[in-house]
Design a protein around this ligand. Structure first.
Ligand SMILES: N[C@H](CCC[C@H](N)C(=O)O)C(=O)O
Length: 293
């Protein structure tokens, strides 16, 4: 089956986007994600995102489904949803400056487009990411607290045990945020996979280390559930801001620097939406045809 795709990224967090608006979608997107996201044997990316037409009568303009490079399905993707909005506008499926996209984990989210007047293409997107989910059982985690704040969490490797302090938050997908002195000094390749599968997280977890440089400036690095090290994680950046506010480390608005670029985050009020603003970029288009060997 020949599938048209678009390769896009949000500050280096790259996915392959396949539209179901104008072509049939394979029955097993998980298996497709594993093959197409492979960086040596496929197109290459942190995973696969399907952009699907809304169900009849739905308030949403489109439905998004995201699959990690290992084929597991995630509930949300912050960098991905900005690219979904750009895809919908630039390709003409939704010609409106405000778009609503249905996600699996965070419901229907509203996105405001910043459109370049010269090219009539989307450059940046502001997303109302929804309120953070703070109840431990809903994150889900067995760590105590709603949410668990700076809770000790130990990992053992090479015969040594290191205890970090982690805050757990869900943005429609689970995150563990650990504030450290120096993000560059953390061996994320080693601790990431151990924490991703830590017994306190029954659905596994996205793992982040963050460093606060000023109340409104932080930097972070990410190990993603199902994809490993990535250059950025939008929902993770929201989780870092929420964890920073709840533990008194950051202001309610901050610029967060990730290896692939920066995002602007704001959480105006407890119990309300987090707002994320950042770029969305199209890299190339192609046709994936596994019958053509
Ligand atoms: N990179 C994404 C998050 C992917 C999360 C995924 N790895 C999961 O299993 O939850 C973002 O920008 O928000």
């Amino acid at each position: 089956m020949a599938l048209r795709f678009v390769k896009m990224h949000g500050i280096g967090n790259d996915y392959i986007y396949i539209s179901g608006f104008d072509q049939p979608i394979p029955d097993d997107p998980s298996a497709l994600a594993v093959r197409i996201a492979d960086r040596h044997f496929g197109v290459g990316g942190d995973g696969l995102i399907l952009v699907l037409p809304p169900e009849p009568g739905s308030e949403a303009d489109a439905v998004m489904r995201m699959f990690n490079a290992d084929g597991s399905e995630g509930g949300m993707c912050g960098n991905g949803i900005r690219c979904v909005a750009k895809f919908l506008y630039d390709s003409g499926y939704v010609r409106a400056p405000r778009i609503r996209v249905k996600t699996k984990g965070a419901g229907v989210l509203s996105l405001d487009l910043e459109i370049d007047p010269a090219s009539d293409r989307v450059r940046r997107v502001r997303v109302e990411m929804g309120a953070p989910i703070l109840r431990a059982s809903a994150i889900p985690t067995t760590l105590p607290g709603d949410p668990p704040l700076d809770y000790p969490i130990a990992v053992t490797y090479d015969g040594k045990t290191i205890t970090y302090r982690g805050t757990a938050v869900s943005m429609g997908n689970p995150h563990l945020v650990m504030f450290v002195e120096d993000v560059a000094s953390i061996d994320l390749e080693r601790i990431g996979p151990l924490l991703e599968r830590h017994e306190a997280f029954p659905d596994r977890v996205n793992v982040h280390v963050a460093q606060v440089d000023a109340p409104d400036v932080a930097r972070m690095r990410t190990w993603e559930r199902g994809s490993g090290i990535t250059l950025a994680c939008g929902t993770g950046a929201c989780a870092v801001l929420v964890a920073g506010v709840l533990t008194g480390r950051t202001a309610r608005a901050a610029r967060i620097h990730l290896p692939g670029g920066a995002l602007d985050l704001e959480w105006p009020r407890d119990g309300e939406t987090v707002i994320m603003t950042g770029p969305a970029v199209t890299v190339f288009e192609g046709v994936w045809d596994e019958s053509r060997v």
